[in-house]
Ligand binder design. Structure first.
Ligand SMILES: Cc1cc2nc3c(=O)[nH]c(=O)nc-3n(C[C@H](O)[C@H](O)[C@H](O)COP(=O)(O)OP(=O)(O)OC[C@H]3O[C@@H](n4cnc5c(N)ncnc54)[C@H](O)[C@@H]3O)c2cc1C
Length: 329
């Protein structure tokens, strides 16, 4: 049945739209689908739903994860596009699908009522929907270093694929806990040979990894970092607690666990999560609760614009398939 859903997604017919960027008032009280979060995953889900003419409300709080960045890279066909422009284009694409309504705002409560769901928005409005797509993203977490947020998304980045290439052959500081260092450091060597690893909890690094660091001429610094120093807003140094300054052009930070989501609906609905804290979902995004689908950063480690859009499309298809079967049978 899931394959049929995928085929029908690809064969889509024509449709309609009414997207009002900035609108905060929901027009109707009932929809087939509520999408919570209207960024890469949510907008992509909306397109699949719009093409299959499903009445869909997308509510978006307007704080996408890559907000601090001026470029979305590793995005074939639009590599390097400004993330805001990507989202504007995505919304513009959705305009022709009249069953899609996008509002700015925040969903603050979701409850399962029988076979459907009731959701409340921050502005007090309530809607009843048959299916839910959770696409509300995760929070950015950075090490506690003075000055780090000023450089976030510019010279401080978290993903080698997203921003590594822009720092190729330059001095890169890697501020990465021991648990992720063994995975990330080997990846970075092909971006730049001039790497310095800052790991406070280095005790747990294996001897083999330490030997490999030495062989690859990567300095390991275990002294605590106190701050970042910049000149005319440009990152210049990582400053250690002992006062030593290490010059760097860019900094890559490792993931900080546990993962924190932008909303608590997964826990409130008692959805299963995996050992990393992501919402468990099948290939079409359906979670452990029937009728609740998840997409984007909250359900996969593959954190990227295209990855989120792909899971959004699958969740849209999953919802279409389920609704279609329920109505037809
Ligand atoms: C600094 C930085 C740079 C990045 N650069 C790249 C890059 O170059 N290339 C790349 O492929 N990836 C990049 N990424 C990763 C990419 O941004 C994420 O993988 C992607 O944003 C995930 O999309 P999403 O739709 O799952 O979540 P998000 O984009 O985070 O969107 C979630 C949306 O849901 C909204 N929301 C949250 N709670 C609610 C609620 N209760 N009600 C309504 N709305 C809600 C949020 O406000 C937000 O608009 C970068 C990430 C960061 C942090």
């Amino acid at each position: 049945m899931k394959l049929i859903v995928l085929f029908t997604l690809m064969l889509g017919c024509q449709l309609s739209s009414s997207i009002k960027k900035g609108n905060m008032i929901v027009k109707n009280k009932k929809y087939d689908v509520l999408v919570i979060g209207g960024s890469h995953a949510g907008l992509s889900a909306a397109m699949a739903l719009g093409r299959l003419r499903r009445s869909t409300l997308v509510v978006d709080a307007g704080k996408p994860r890559n907000q601090a960045s001026e470029h979305a890279n590793n995005l074939i066909g639009m590599d390097g596009i400004h993330p805001d422009i990507w989202r504007d284009k995505a919304r513009a694409d959705l305009k022709k699908y009249k069953t899609i309504e996008i509002v700015s705002g925040k969903v603050i409560d979701v409850q399962k009522i029988g076979d459907s769901f009731k959701a409340q928005l921050e502005n007090g409005q309530e809607v009843q929907v048959r299916k839910l797509i959770l696409a509300y993203g995760i929070k950015n977490k950075l090490p506690d270093i003075e000055g780090i947020w000023e450089h976030w998304g510019k010279s401080v980045f978290h993903c080698p694929y997203c921003h590594g290439f822009e720092f190729r052959d330059q001095r890169i500081g890697m501020v990465i806990g021991a648990n992720f260092a063994e995975h990330m450091v080997p990846m970075m060597i092909n971006i730049s040979k001039d790497l310095v690893l800052f790991t406070e909890d280095a005790d747990t690094l294996s001897n083999e990894f330490r030997d490999n660091l030495k062989r690859n001429k990567i300095k390991l610094i275990t002294t605590k970092i106190s701050s970042l120093e910049s000149e005319e807003s440009e990152l210049k140094y990582i400053v250690l607690e002992n006062g030593e300054k290490i010059p760097v052009k860019g900094i890559i930070v490792g993931p900080i666990m546990p993962l924190e989501m932008n909303a608590n609906f997964a826990d409130e609905l008692n959805l299963e999560k995996d050992e990393m804290g992501f919402i468990k979902a099948d290939m079409l995004g359906e979670t452990s609760m029937q009728g609740v689908f998840a997409a984007g950063d909250i359900m996969t480690m593959q954190h990227s614009v295209l990855g989120a859009a792909a899971t959004g499309q699958m969740a849209g298809a999953g919802v279409v398939g389920q609704l279609s079967q329920e109505e037809f049978n």
